[in-house]
Design a protein around this ligand. Structure first.
Ligand code: NIG
Ligand code: FE
Length: 392
């Protein structure tokens, strides 16, 4: 089948564009809308009544539509799972970063093909749920060879690859954390940087402190990588301040913030990326999205999909949690899961339905984007266009 030169998608009951110049409110909402896709981009966006002719027509049948979700934080290069750990946690045990070692052992033992197949499977799973851009991290190899193969495999599947050699101190360096920082900032970074766009550190008690984190992030930045930080997830700590100090694109988790952290985020370009799947799956305190938004910071929502703390690939689920438990309005949550994710990845070509943007679109079996929160757990995403092609 040849791809038509242009496709008109019409009959959209309510379209989230994320461009206030195109429609109503911060979501730039257009009722009775249509879009034209050509060459993988949106060529035209507006009221269906005004739509130009195209080579092919798709009738959305009164469904709502929104930009494909931009999931700016996941850990998908891994093998095995942590069902037993989850079960124990749901019987009262608490989450600790130590479980990461279980996945490191399984990942090291896996073949390249197994890791690639797992990654492809989770990306497909996410795409079916409307995610068209997905960042993913290394961090379950923790030696030069296995971290390098993780970023190499990730780079074959997504442009948004993050080197997270500093997930925890490698078990190989249990007695020599300084030696591990030297490895991460030296040979491991050299081997991984060519495949990655970003560097990340788990700045947390039991992982990396402020000085170690700064050394690692600065080394990555010097190699041309953008900075993102796992910050203030399990305790209050220096992660958010460090992220802002280093001009990070994103400080992720942001569960334990004080007034100075809020102030720092609000006065920076660093996005606060909230990951409600992690709090859900670890029965932890929710990040206070309301407080972060009211302080004036930019918020993104992401899945954190990983086998330990948040084994969900569903952005709709995260939107519903953010609305129910983190004080976000449905409009804010939908913005954060699309445009917010794009900001967290410093991308201006995704996360919005505007002429010239990449034609990533999700149709919902619902008349409004609000149903993503109103109808939790219901598979509402009924069709997805990715780079102008209908997926699935
Ligand atoms: O973002 N916090 C650190 N890393 C992951 C958890 C990884 C794991 O438990 O395997 C997170 O929650
Ligand atoms: Fe994470």
């Amino acid at each position: 089948m040849t791809t038509p030169a242009s496709t008109l998608i019409t009959g959209i009951a309510a379209l989230v564009t994320n461009d206030p110049a195109l429609g109503r409110g911060p979501l730039g909402l257009i009722e009775e809308a249509a879009v034209v896709i050509a060459d993988g981009r949106f060529a035209w966006v507006g009221r269906a009544a005004d739509a130009p002719a195209a080579d092919a027509v798709h009738d959305a049948g009164g469904r709502a539509a929104l930009p494909g979700f931009v999931d700016s934080h996941s850990h998908l290069v891994f093998a095995g799972d942590r069902t037993a750990e989850f079960n124990a946690r749901m019987s009262g045990r608490s989450y600790s970063a130590g479980g990461i070692r279980t996945t490191v052992a399984a990942t090291r033992a896996a073949t390249d093909e197994e890791l690639a197949a797992g990654l492809a499977r989770y990306l497909r799973e996410a795409l079916r749920q409307g995610t068209t851009t997905m960042e993913t991290k290394s961090g379950y190899g923790l030696n030069t060879e296995d971290e390098a193969r993780a970023v190499r495999i990730a780079a074959a599947h997504t442009d948004e690859v993050t080197f997270l050699g500093a997930h925890i101190v490698s078990p190989d360096y249990a007695d020599d954390p300084a030696g591990y920082v030297d490895l991460v900032t030296g040979p491991m970074l050299d081997a991984c940087a060519p495949y990655a766009r970003w560097i990340d550190v788990f700045c947390e008690q039991g992982a990396f402190d402020a000085d170690q984190s700064r050394a690692i992030l600065t080394a990555g930045r010097d190699k041309g990588l953008g900075v993102r930080v796992h910050a203030n997830q399990l305790h209050h700590g220096p992660g958010v301040q460090l992220a802002v100090e280093l001009g990070a694109a994103s400080a992720d988790h942001c569960t334990h913030l004080d007034a100075a952290d809020l102030d720092a985020l609000a006065n920076s370009d660093t996005v606060a990326t909230l990951l409600p799947g992690a709090e859900f799956s670890t029965r932890a305190e929710w990040p206070d999205a309301r407080r972060i938004l009211d302080a004036g910071a930019t918020v993104a929502l992401s899945t954190d999909c990983n086998p330990g703390s948040s084994f969900t690939s569903s952005m709709p689920f995260c939107v519903a949690l953010a609305v129910r438990d983190m004080g976000m309005t449905p409009d804010e949550a939908v913005w954060s899961a699309t445009a917010g994710g794009a900001r967290a990845l410093r991308r201006s070509d995704v996360g919005a339905v505007t002429p010239g943007a990449v034609a990533d679109l999700a149709l919902l079996d619902a008349p409004s984007h609000v149903h993503l929160a109103y109808r939790p757990g219901v598979p509402l995403v009924s069709a997805v266009w990715h780079k102008g092609e209908q997926a699935g």
